[in-house]
Design a protein around this ligand. Structure first.
Ligand code: NAD
Length: 350
């Protein structure tokens, strides 16, 4: 077996880092194919969204679910929640293949694990889908608390304020230039917060309809092509589209002092975080700044009948101080912020 092939196996996969369990589900009557990865349950049941996507191949799907579930462990631990890290991917095109039967198969697969994994909406799935899934499993959240992207955007906005205060010594965002990659669920709501605070926005998205929707919201912005977003001369670059966008290609292009956005797994590799630090660019570790959505659904895990939107917003506020602490320690010890964040998460996993 050559190394290339070897990478496709679970225990030798480059993204397999002592995951507790990886489960492959298939239902031949509906065509459902999915993978649930449970990275850790040290702090509680493994919670993470159900992502529906077309992947180039099965190893790519496995890679995604392994990386995302591990990220959920650190996100929950850093936010001091009694939750572990898990994730589910459904290998299907959400625009063409998402049927009620497929969703029910996905729900039955979740139920099979008897609560070791709790699912929620993620890219390619939404609240309506969760209501269907709930017919097949009780282990689903996001029913009462609704669209998590509202809170993810709010937490990211607070995180950007923490970055600005630390790096630029400013309490206000007025006049700052921000380049936003991705104006989907989170990015568009973040754009609203930043615009209301007087930021000058440059945005990009691969979906034309997203750009149209943002302009209908009375938000003024510059639009640039997707490949131009990382080379904008701005104060802040905010990745809100997808993972691995900070890489050998994009980091040399950066002309900003802060990188802070909600996308998961922004660093293509560990060393990219160090590269940002060497370039004196303040990086807000993704799983710290984007924890708002998780904090929101956690309220439902605690008590589904007591969800309160105001309380959910209040629970996002510690994101600001958590980032400030990370930045201060990073400066004091001359260690990149992503490493300090990992130390913090690992401390909470002991
Ligand atoms: P979304 O699918 O609604 O938005 C993503 C947007 O990015 C889409 O509009 C898409 O067209 C655009 N996009 C994709 N590739 C692009 C590219 N190369 N250049 C420019 N635009 C591109 O997803 P979302 O819910 O807004 O989540 C955005 C990111 O934040 C994801 O990485 C997600 O994992 C992460 N995240 C989301 C939440 C949440 O509550 N939704 C929570 C934590 C983290």
């Amino acid at each position: 077996m050559d190394t290339e092939q070897n990478q496709e196996f679970v225990f030798t996969h480059r993204d397999y880092h002592s995951h507790e369990g990886v489960f492959f589900g298939h239902d031949e009557t509906t065509g459902f194919k999915g993978i649930i990865a449970i990275h850790s349950r040290k702090r509680g049941p493994a919670l993470g969204g159900m992502r529906m996507s077309l992947y180039p191949d099965e190893p790519a799907a496995l890679s995604d679910v392994l990386r995302l579930s591990e990220g959920m462990t650190y996100k929950a631990a850093a936010a001091e929640l009694k939750l572990g890290g898990g994730k589910m991917v459904v290998l299907a095109d959400p625009k063409k293949e998402k049927t009620k039967d497929l969703l029910l198969s996905a729900g039955r697969f979740v139920q099979l694990l008897s609560g070791a994994y709790i699912t929620a909406e993620d890219s390619g799935t939404n609240l309506e889908d969760m209501l269907v899934i709930n017919q097949a499993t009780e282990y689903v959240v996001g029913i009462k608390s609704g669209d998590p992207s509202r809170l993810t955007a709010y937490g990211t906005y607070l995180g950007i304020k923490a970055c600005v205060e630390f790096k630029l010594g400013k309490k206000e965002l007025r006049g700052l230039k921000v380049a936003i990659q991705g104006i989907g669920n989170v990015g568009s709501k973040l754009a609203e917060y930043l615009y209301q605070d007087g930021c000058q926005l440059t945005v990009t998205d691969t979906g034309e309809e997203k750009v149209k929707r943002l302009s209908e919201n009375n938000i003024k912005f510059n639009f640039v092509k997707p490949e131009e977003i990382f080379s904008q001369t701005v104060d802040i670059v905010s990745p809100n589209a997808r993972g691995a966008v900070l890489n050998e290609n994009t980091v040399p292009q950066l002309k900003c002092t802060i990188v802070a956005g909600a996308a998961n797994n922004q660093l293509a590799e560990e060393k990219i975080g160090s590269r940002l630090f060497e370039k004196d660019i303040l990086y807000a570790p993704d799983y710290i700044i984007n924890a708002g959505g998780l904090l929101n659904v956690y309220m439902e895990v605690e008590n589904p009948d007591k969800y309160d939107d105001k309380v959910a917003h209040r629970r996002c506020e510690p994101i600001y101080q958590r980032l400030r602490n990370i930045f201060t320690e990073s400066q004091k010890r001359k260690i990149p912020t992503h490493k300090i964040a990992m130390e913090m998460a690992l401390r909470n996993l002991k």
